[in-house]
Write a protein that binds this ligand. Structure first.
Ligand SMILES: [Zn+2]
Length: 141
């Protein structure tokens, strides 16, 4: 199988080690109550995604930075599109920002974890051919 690039692996939410297994189960945007779930292990190479207990708490900070960037972008876009920045329009801006946060939250949830796994975890990189050999890692019960 032809390996995909790191950027493609990030965009398609693939495992950082084998770049073939999916990190998530379920769609990013869906109306089901299950939504998107982070797999515990890579279905291809059996890498454990949660490296240690509480590992994904760090993605909260990445998500925060993404939220700030999105809110600033939404504010600037609203201003550029013609809504004057005066006190009378304050609640329009608040509503637009809350809507932005609500709409972008599944995206932020998913990509903050992917960025943490791919770019901010030392020692976790692409290993060509990983997952092609028989799985010798024992899953805990
Ligand atoms: Zn993998």
């Amino acid at each position: 199988m032809v390996p995909i690039t790191k950027l493609e692996a990030v965009i398609h939410c693939k495992c950082p080690r084998c770049r073939q297994g999916d990190i998530f189960t379920g769609k990013m945007y869906s109306f089901s109550f299950k939504g998107q779930i982070t797999n515990e292990f890579c279905p291809h190479c059996n890498l454990r995604f949660e490296r240690e207990p509480g590992y994904f708490y760090v993605s909260m900070f990445i998500s925060y930075a993404m939220n700030v960037a999105e809110m600033i972008s939404a504010s600037v876009a609203t201003y550029v599109l013609g809504l004057a920045l005066v006190y009378d329009n304050l609640w329009y801006y608040v509503g637009i920002l809350l809507l932005t946060v609500f709409v972008c939250s599944p995206f932020n949830y998913r990509y903050s974890r992917v960025m943490l796994l791919h770019w901010l975890t030392p020692g976790l990189g692409y290993v060509p051919g990983s997952g092609d050999e028989p799985k010798n890692v024992i899953k805990p019960a």
